[in-house]
Design a protein around this ligand. Structure first.
Ligand code: WT7
Length: 635
C-alpha cells in the first residue's frame, strides 16, 4: 500500500488512522519517498501550541524549486508545466515546459540577485495572472528570498501597507493588466503606493499591455532587457526546512491585515501530498484551478502543489464572463481539462446565465470538480454536479484557510461518497474538534460547535510576520491547546463536517475573506462620516455581501445620500479595493451600543439579514430606541 495515493474509502480510513496514531512516522514516510532533500531532518516534528511554536522536518535542507522543477527535468523536460491561457481568446495559449520553466526561473532569479536581492529579503509581487507571476514566485524561492504576493485588485493604500509591513525591498509589477474588455494600469497604482514606501529600492516591470507609464530613473527597470542578459543557470540556495518561504496577507476581524508566514519543508510536503490525493492527479492530466495566485489557493494549488507533482497546471489571465459566460467551458474543452477547481461564487454567477453556455462545450475530459473559499449552497452544488460534472465527476468541497496552507477537510474523489454542502472528512493527518463556547470539546455525532484543530499539520502558518503575539492571540488563545479556525461547523451522523460559516467579524464575499474593521476604518475616513458598522447579509451570487450602517457628522446630514454612498464606496476602493465595496449603505442617527460602548453587531446583522422576529436581548443597550429607527429604514 502506498501512503501517497489513496484510492478507496477503506484505504482512506487505514491511512488516516496511521497518520493520527503516529504522525511522525507517517509524515516521515511521505517526505522520504517523494521529495528531494539535500539533507534529511533530525526531527520530524516538535510543537507547542502554548508558545506557539511548530517545527516540521527540523534540520533538513532543501530547495522547493529543485523539487518543483529541477528534479522533473530527467523525466518530464518537455512536459507542459504551466499552460497559460490569455485573457483574449484569440491570443494563442502558451505551453511552458518544465525545461522552459527552469530556464525562465533561473534567469529571473539571476535578475533578482543582480538587483541585490538575496536570502531572507522580502519581495513584493503585484502582478496579473501572467506566467511572470508564477516565475517570479519560484525565482524568489530559488534564491531564498521571501515572496509576498499582493492580489493585483488591491488599491495603492492596501499595497503600501503590505509592502511596509514586511519591509519589502523590491516590487515586481507590470505596466498593466487585462481583465475582460478592461485594462488596468498597475504600474500607476504601484507608483502611488511607493510614495509612502521608502524601503523599496527597485521595481521590475513586465511589459504586458504596452500602456503609457512613467519609469523612475534608478528605481524602475523593464524586466525583459534584464532577462535577455541573464545567465540561464542559477544554483539553488540551500534552505533550512523552517526557513520562511513566503508571506501572504489575510484579513483579520480587527486591525491590519495579517502577514501569514509559511515555511519551506512542511508546506512543500503537505501541498504536494494533498494535491495528489484531493485531485487524484494522474501523469498526463491537465489540471486547472481558476483562483488567482494572489490568494493562498493559487500559491498552493496552481504553483507549488501541482509543480511538486510534475503536473500540468493551467493559469488563466481573464475572467469567467469574457468574451462571454462560456469562457470557462471553452477553456476546459480546448485544453481537455481533467481536474477543475473553482469557487462557489463563480458557480453561482455562471449558473445564473443558464445551462446554454455549458451545453455548447464538450466537457467529457472532466474527472474531478472542486470548490473552495466559502460554503457551497445546495442549489449551486447540484447545478455544478448535474451540468458540469454530468453526475459522473465527484465534487470535492475543500475547506481550508490561508493560515492552514493546504486543504484540511475534503472528500477524496472516488473514495469518499460526497454529500452536498458537506466538506465531509478530515484529510489525512488532520484532527478536527468541535468546541462549545466554554471550551469543552463536543464529542459524538450530530453536533455543532466551533471548529478547532487539535494537532499540528505540516503546512500550518508558523507566525504572523512581525507579530507573534497576535498569532498567539488570534489562533491559540480562544481554546487551550487548540488551533482555532474562526469557523463554525457541524458534524453529521456519519462524522461528515459541514462548515456553517465564520463565527467572528470576518465576512466571506465572493470567496474573499474580508475583515469588517479595516473597511469601517476606511468608511470613517470620509469627512462626513462619524461612525460606521459593517455586517454581512446573504447574497445569491456573492454568498455574502456587505451592509454598512453609517452615522454622519452634522456637516453631512444635508447631503445627497446617493452621492454620499458613492463617495463612501470610492473611499473603500481607494483604501482597500473594489472587492470591499458596500452593497447597501443605511444612514442612521445612531448605532446600537452596549453600556460599555461596544456596537451590538448581532442586532445589526439580524436586521441586515431580515431576521427581525427575534432580535434577542436588547435590554443592555444604551440606546434601544435606535433599533426601531434602524428597522424602520432597513434596506
Ligand atoms: C475561510 C478562509 C482556502 C482558500 C480560500 C479562502 C471559508 C474556505 C470553505 C469551504 C466553507 C470555506 C472559511 C475559512 N472557506 N473554504 N469549502 N466551505 N467555507 O482562504 O481567504 O483564508 O478564507 O474561507 O470561512 O475560514 P481564506
Amino acid at each position: 500500500m502506498s501512503n501517497y495515493h489513496i484510492k478507496h474509502l477503506e484505504e482512506y480510513y487505514q491511512v488516516y488512522r496511521k497518520s493520527v496514531r503516529n504522525p511522525d512516522l507517517f509524515w516521515e514516510e511521505v517526505a522520504e519517498e517523494h521529495f528531494l532533500w539535500r539533507k534529511k531532518w533530525d526531527k520530524v516534528l516538535s510543537w507547542d501550541f502554548k508558545k506557539p511554536e511548530i517545527k516540521w522536518f527540523e534540520g533538513a535542507k532543501l530547495n522547493i524549486t529543485e523539487n518543483c522543477i529541477d528534479r522533473h527535468l530527467t523525466t518530464r523536460a518537455n512536459k507542459t508545466a504551466i499552460l497559460f491561457e490569455p485573457n483574449n481568446p484569440n491570443e494563442p495559449a502558451l505551453h511552458i515546459t518544465y525545461k522552459e520553466l527552469h530556464e525562465r526561473v533561473c534567469k529571473f532569479a539571476n535578475v533578482l540577485k543582480s538587483k541585490g536581492i538575496g536570502k531572507g529579503d522580502r519581495v513584493c509581487i503585484y502582478l496579473p495572472m501572467i506566467p511572470e507571476l508564477a516565475v517570479s514566485v519560484l525565482a524568489c524561492a530559488r534564491i531564498g528570498a521571501i515572496h509576498s504576493v499582493v492580489f493585483a485588485g488591491f488599491s495603492a493604500t492596501a499595497l503600501s501597507t503590505r509592502i511596509n509591513d514586511c519591509d519589502a525591498k523590491m516590487v515586481i509589477t507590470s505596466d498593466g493588466s487585462y481583465r475582460g474588455d478592461k485594462s488596468i494600469d498597475l504600474k500607476c497604482i504601484v507608483d502611488d503606493a511607493l510614495k509612502s514606501c521608502p524601503g523599496v529600492h527597485s521595481v521590475l516591470v513586465v511589459n504586458r499591455t504596452s500602456s503609457e507609464i512613467q519609469m523612475k530613473d534608478g528605481r524602475d527597470f523593464w524586466l525583459q532587457p534584464l532577462l535577455d542578459k541573464a545567465d540561464a543557470h542559477c544554483e539553488i540556495e540551500i534552505m533550512d526546512a523552517e526557513d520562511p518561504l513566503f508571506i501572504l496577507y489575510t484579513s483579520g476581524s480587527t486591525g491590519m491585515p495579517k502577514g501569514m508566514m509559511h515555511t519551506t519543508a512542511g508546506y512543500m510536503v503537505y501541498t504536494a501530498y494533498t494535491f495528489k490525493n484531493v485531485f487524484q492527479y494522474k501523469e498526463n492530466d491537465v489540471y486547472w484551478c481558476t483562483a488567482d495566485i494572489g490568494w493562498i489557493t493559487g500559491h498552493s494549488y496552481i504553483v507549488y502543489g501541482p509543480l511538486a507533482n510534475g503536473a500540468t497546471s493551467v493559469m488563466f489571465e481573464g475572467v469567467p464572463s469574457y468574451p462571454d459566460f462560456g469562457r470557462f467551458w471553452e477553456i476546459v474543452e480546448k485544453h481537455k481539462v481533467n481536474q477543475f477547481y473553482t469557487a462557489p461564487t463563480a458557480i453561482r454567477a455562471l449558473a445564473k446565465q443558464g445551462v446554454g453556455f455549458v451545453e455548447k462545450h464538450d466537457l467529457s475530459s472532466l474527472k474531478v470538480l472542486g470548490t473552495v473559499g466559502e460554503p457551497i449552497n445546495e442549489e449551486a452544488w447540484h447545478w455544478y454536479n448535474d451540468n458540469v460534472g454530468k453526475k459522473k465527476s465527484p465534487i470535492v468541497d475543500t475547506w481550508w484557510q490561508t493560515e492552514t496552507g493546504g486543504i484540511m477537510i475534503t472528500p477524496i474523489p472516488f473514495a469518499t461518497p460526497t454529500k452536498p454542502t458537506y466538506a465531509t472528512l478530515p484529510f489525512i493527518g488532520i484532527q478536527p474538534a468541535l468546541l462549545d463556547e466554554q471550551g469543552n470539546e463536543i464529542t459524538g455525532n450530530q453536533v455543532d460547535g466551533r471548529l478547532c484543530i487539535k494537532f499540528p499539520w505540516p503546512s500550518i502558518a508558523r507566525t504572523i510576520w512581525g507579530n507573534h503575539q497576535r498569532y498567539k492571540d488570534t489562533y491559540f488563545s480562544a481554546f487551550e491547546n487548540m488551533y482555532f479556525t474562526g469557523d463554525g461547523a457541524l458534524r453529521d451522523e456519519v462524522g461528515y463536517y459541514r462548515i456553517t460559516g465564520r463565527v467572528d467579524d470576518v465576512i466571506i464575499v465572493s470567496g474573499h475573506n474580508l475583515g469588517t474593521a479595516p473597511i469601517e476604518d476606511a468608511v470613517n475616513e470620509h469627512p462626513a462620516v462619524a461612525e460606521s458598522a459593517i455586517v454581512g447579509f446573504p447574497h445569491d451570487v456573492k454568498g455574502f455581501a456587505l451592509y454598512g450602517y453609517v452615522t454622519l457628522k452634522e456637516t453631512g446630514e444635508s447631503r445627497d445620500q446617493d452621492n454620499l454612498r458613492k463617495e463612501i464606496n470610492q473611499v473603500i476602493t481607494e483604501h482597500i479595493g473594489p472587492i470591499a465595496k458596500l452593497d447597501k449603505i443605511q444612514f442612521t442617527s445612531g448605532l446600537p451600543k452596549t453600556r460599555s460602548g461596544k456596537i451590538m453587531r448581532r442586532i445589526l446583522r439580524k436586521i441586515a439579514c431580515k431576521e427581525t422576529d427575534n432580535l434577542g436581548d436588547t435590554s443592555t443597550l444604551l440606546n434601544p430606541e435606535v433599533v426601531q429607527e434602524i428597522m424602520d429604514n432597513a434596506l
